[in-house]
Design a protein around this ligand. Structure first.
Ligand code: FE2
Length: 387
């Protein structure tokens, strides 16, 4: 009964509003998308319908424009709902959702989220989605992603890339030409190669802790040189300060890593895999992490993102939807830059780098928002599986 009344009320308000054509189509589109999302997300149809019909009454009925239309609409809805069959709790859900429906950059409860997503989808259909409205675009991507999947290649397919990367690491170590002429590339190659092996082993041989620790040590040995080189790339002015030290480090590494030492390292990497077992809760761990992001776990987030990045590059895992992959990779890069700037601020005692890190934070928050949103929306099938 009430919903019929509300529908007539909303349609009439749209029809007699200043922008009658737009409001009428927008209302239709929002209702359509809301009901579709409602089914996917298993929410209460009556509540969703009431929210969708009433969401823009502040503008259409009360002629309040801009940000304030949400609050005005919510107030009006409270009055309209007075004699309806909805319970007090349900009335509160409806009014809150209308109140929040414009705050696209925040995540509220599932009903609030549904109207925000439906409103974004409708704005796209209405042709008024602004390109710089990242949050509405993110909401569209997330709402249209049906499931999050992380697929792993079969275990047997992990061994070949592992062996190949061991050979590649040896070649990197022994590349004298690179070591002498492009030591920055030499360091980076060894460091990345070592980290990739570390990532594969974490999955392929989770119990082989000793060799994993060694790989960590070998990567760490390259870290200071890599860090100083990155610092010169990010701030030219640092080069004179740093170059002498950097050259010293390159020299030290070169003489430390004798042929004998390299051979010994490579030998340790020739592991026989007898009980091949992959532990693959990587995505769900990432998921838990991303739902609870604090400045403190940014580091963990970066490490997790890095594993996903390496595994994706080596084609050992596949993530879907592709927007999720993009966001994970982009987030990882941003977190890398963020981390570099913080370390630089610390190392060089210069606060301008802290300022740079702060600027990156906004972008990082946005990527986190997108990933979180995709994961939240994919309630139908959450799936981590093996081929
Ligand atoms: Fe609105």
């Amino acid at each position: 009964m009430f919903l019929n009344y509300l529908k007539g009320f909303a349609e009439a308000s749209a029809f007699y509003s200043e922008e009658s054509d737009f409001e009428t189509t927008h209302l239709e589109n929002v209702i359509l998308h809301s009901m579709h999302l409602c089914k996917n997300r298993n929410l209460d149809e009556k509540l969703v319908a009431a929210i969708a019909m009433g969401h823009d009454l502040g503008r259409t009925h009360l002629n309040v424009h801009g940000k304030k239309h949400a609050k005005a609409g919510s107030k009006l809805m409270k009055k309209l709902l007075k004699d309806s069959e909805f319970s007090d709790d349900e009335k509160a859900i409806i009014c809150d959702a209308i109140l929040h429906h414009n705050e696209k950059n925040k995540i509220h409860n599932e009903y609030d989220e549904l109207i925000k997503d439906a409103d974004s989808l409708a704005h796209r259909d209405d042709g008024i989605l602004k390109e710089d409205n990242k949050y509405e675009q993110y909401r569209i991507i997330a709402s249209e992603s049906e499931s999050v999947e992380m697929t792993f290649a079969p275990v047997s397919e992990w061994i070949t890339p592992y062996r190949e990367h061991v050979v590649m690491l040896k070649e990197s170590y022994l590349n004298k030409e690179k070591r002498d002429n492009h030591p920055d590339e030499w360091v980076h190659e060894i460091r990345t190669g070592t980290r990739k092996l570390r990532t594969i082993l974490k999955f392929l041989a989770p119990t082989e802790k000793k060799i994993q620790k060694k790989l960590d040590k070998w990567a760490l040995e390259m870290s200071e040189a890599r860090f100083l080189h990155v610092a010169t790339l990010k701030a030219d002015s640092l080069s004179p300060k740093v170059n002498k030290k950097l050259n010293g480090l390159y020299k030290e590494l070169g003489s430390k890593l004798s042929q004998k030492k390299i051979d010994k390292r490579i030998e340790q990497l020739n592991i026989e895999f007898d009980h091949e077992k992959i532990i693959s809760d990587s995505l769900s761990r990432y998921e838990r992490l991303i739902m609870d992001v604090t400045p403190k776990n940014m580091h963990k987030l970066r490490v997790k993102g890095k594993s996903i990045k390496y595994l994706t590059q080596m084609e050992l895992t596949e993530l879907s939807p592709s927007e999720l992959v993009d966001a994970v990779l982009r987030l990882h890069d941003l977190l890398g830059d963020y981390n570099d700037f913080l370390e630089m601020a610390d190392y060089f005692k210069e606060s301008r780098f802290k300022g740079e890190a702060k600027k990156l934070m906004d972008l990082i928050q946005m990527e986190i928002f997108l990933i979180r949103k995709i994961i939240l929306c994919c309630t139908t099938t959450k799936n981590v599986r093996y081929n």
